[in-house]
Design a protein around this ligand. Structure first.
Ligand code: DUC
Ligand code: ZN
Ligand code: ZN
Length: 467
C-alpha cells in the first residue's frame, strides 16, 4: 500500500512566513508529509518550475443574495464556487443575509439549502444582521456563534439595511460577549442620501454620479465612527472594502492605539478609477460598486495599506450582476438614476491573478505577503486556521499551483462565472493558477474543470484568532 494518495513533486512552496523546495505527500485529503524522497503514489503531480501555495481563501463574496426587486445575482453557489476554483481559491466565505422580519435561523437554513451539494470549493457563511431584534440579539446570535457562525457584517448605509449607532453598539456588545468578529460596511448613509437627492434634482443621474454621491468623506467619517463604537464595546472589528487613504489612515491610527481593528481592500481599489464609471451610455454601470473606485492616489494608498499591514486581508467583494440584462446592471430603473443600478462587481476568479501579477511580479509585495493577504490571514481572522490557510503537516491539502511564466491578457472567458463581463477585461497579467486542489482532490487543472460539484463542504468555524 502506498503511504500517500498523491505526491506533489518538485515545486517551490511558499507560506506566509517561508519559502522552501520539497515534495508534498497527501493522504485522506490532508498534508501528511513535507520532504524529499517520499516514494510513489497513485497520483504524482509534477510541479517543477511552479510555485505551490496555500489555496486562496476569499472571505468576502456574495452568491445568490437577494438584491432588490427585479434584480438577480449572477452567481449561485455552483457557478460562484466554480469560478473561485478557476481563480486558485479553495475556500470562500459568502454572506448569509437576514431579510427584514426574518429570523436568523431561517436565513441560515435557507442559505444552507442554496449551498448544499452545489459547491466545488469549501464554504462558510458570515451573517448579515439587518434586523437586530431582542430575540435575534438575545438568543439567536449567541447560539449561532456557538454553532460556528463566528463573524457577522453590519451596514451603516442602504435603505432597509443601515443600522443606527445604537443598534451597531447592541450588535457589537453581543459579538464581544460571544467572542465573534464584526465586519462593517462603513459609509455615511445621510451624506449619501443628501447628495443623491441633490444630484437627481439637477438631472445628474448617469452612473458616473454614483462616485460623487459617495465621497471619501462619507467613507472616512463612517470608518472613524465604526472604530469608535468598536472601541467602546471592546470588540474586534474588520472594516471591509476600504477604497482610499483617509479611511486607511483611520484604521492605521486605531491599530497604533492597540485596538483590534483590521482592514480589507479589494482588486477594484487597486486597478479601477472613477473614470471607469464615465463610459458612454450605460457602460459605466459595469463598475458601480460601493465604496466606489477613486483615483490613482487612492490606489497608491491601498497598495501602501497592503504593504505595511494596515490591510491584513485582500478579498474580491465578488458581488456579480450580468451587464446586458434587464435583471442586472441594465435594469430599466437604473437608466433613470444611478441610485437604482445594482451595486457590486464580479471578481472571485480575478482577485488572485491580479494581486499575483500587480503585486508579486511587479515587486510591490513579496510572495509570503501575497500568501498572508490572500489565504493565511483570512483563515486566522475567521477561525479556520490551521486547517486552512497554510501548507503544513496536518492541514487540509488545499493547494494552488501557480505558473509564474504564463503571460496573458485577462478576458471574461477565463473566469467561468455567471456574469457576462469582467471589470478587469484587458489587464495584462503575468502568472496564473494552473491547478487548484481542495482537500486532496484536483478541482481545476490547466484551465479544465475536473472536480465534482458537491465536493465543496460547509465549514463550521472556530472563533477568530483575535476574538
Ligand atoms: N457591499 C458589499 O460588501 N458588497 C457589494 C455591495 C456593498 O455595498
Ligand atoms: Zn459592503
Ligand atoms: Zn460585499
Amino acid at each position: 500500500m502506498n503511504a500517500f494518495d498523491t505526491i506533489i513533486r518538485g515545486g517551490r512552496i511558499s507560506t506566509a512566513s517561508d519559502t522552501f523546495s520539497c515534495d508534498i505527500g497527501i493522504r485522506g485529503g490532508r498534508i501528511a508529509a513535507l520532504g524529499h524522497d517520499l516514494g510513489t503514489a497513485p497520483e504524482i503531480i509534477n510541479a517543477e518550475g511552479k510555485w505551490v501555495l496555500p489555496g486562496g481563501i476569499d472571505s468576502h463574496v456574495h452568491f445568490s443574495q437577494p438584491s432588490g426587486e427585479g434584480i438577480v445575482m449572477a452567481d449561485d453557489f455552483e457557478s460562484g464556487t466554480r469560478s473561485a476554483a478557476f481563480g486558485g481559491n479553495t475556500t470562500v466565505l459568502p454572506f448569509c443575509l437576514q431579510e427584514k422580519g426574518q429570523s436568523l435561523r431561517e436565513a441560515v437554513k435557507s442559505y444552507h439549502a442554496k449551498a448544499d451539494g452545489e459547491c466545488f470549493v469549501d464554504v462558510s457563511f458570515h451573517l448579515i444582521i439587518t434586523d437586530p431584534t431582542d430575540q435575534v440579539l438575545g438568543q439567536e446570535l449567541p447560539a449561532l456563534v456557538q454553532d460556528g457562525y463566528t463573524s457577522f457584517k453590519v451596514f451603516m448605509t442602504y435603505e432597509g439595511m443601515a443600522l443606527s449607532d445604537m443598534d451597531m453598539l447592541r450588535v457589537m456588545a453581543v459579538a464581544r460577549d460571544s467572542r465573534a468578529l464584526v465586519m462593517v460596511h462603513a459609509e455615511n448613509y445621510d451624506i449619501i442620501r443628501f447628495l443623491t437627492d441633490q444630484l437627481e434634482r439637477s438631472g445628474k443621474t448617469e452612473p458616473k454620479y454614483h462616485v460623487i454621491s459617495r465621497p471619501i468623506t462619507a467613507e472616512r467619517e463612517a470608518t472613524h465612527r465604526a472604530i469608535s463604537l468598536a472601541e467602546i464595546t471592546d470588540v474586534p472589528l474588520m472594516i471591509v472594502h476600504v477604497s482610499n487613504r483617509e479611511a486607511m489612515e483611520e484604521i492605521r491610527r486605531a491599530q497604533q492605539k492597540g485596538l483590534k481593528v483590521f482592514g480589507e481592500t479589494c482588486p477594484q481599489y487597486l486597478t479601477l478609477t472613477e473614470n471607469d464609471l464615465g463610459g458612454l451610455n450605460m457602460e459605466g454601470a459595469k463598475y458601480v460598486c460601493s465604496p466606489p473606485p477613486r483615483d490613482l492616489s487612492s490606489q497608491e494608498a491601498c497598495w501602501e495599506g497592503l504593504q505595511q499591514g494596515v490591510f491584513s486581508v485582500f478579498s474580491s467583494d465578488h458581488c456579480p450582476f450580468r451587464y446586458d440584462d434587464p435583471n442586472g446592471k441594465l435594469v430599466p430603473r437604473g437608466r433613470t438614476s444611478f441610485r437604482w443600478v445594482p451595486n457590486g462587481i464580479p471578481g472571485v476568479a480575478a482577485r488572485l491573478p491580479i494581486l499575483f501579477s500587480e503585486g508579486v511580479m511587479k515587486g510591490r509585495i513579496d510572495i509570503n505577503r501575497f500568501v498572508a493577504l490572500t489565504s493565511t490571514n483570512h483563515a486566522k481572522t475567521y477561525g479556520l486556521y490551521p486547517h486552512k490557510g497554510t501548507i503544513a503537516v496536518g492541514a487540509d491539502a488545499d493547494i494552488a499551483i501557480w505558473d509564474p511564466d504564463i503571460k496573458q491578457v485577462l478576458t471574461h472567458d477565463l473566469l467561468h462565472d455567471g456574469s457576462d463581463y469582467t471589470p478587469y477585461e484587458g489587464i495584462a497579467l503575468t502568472g496564473w493558477p494552473v491547478l487548484t486542489m481542495v482537500r486532496g482532490k484536483v478541482v481545476v487543472r490547466n484551465g479544465e474543470l475536473v472536480g465534482q460539484k458537491g465536493h465543496g463542504r460547509y465549514l463550521s468555524r472556530e472563533r477568530s484568532a483575535y476574538a
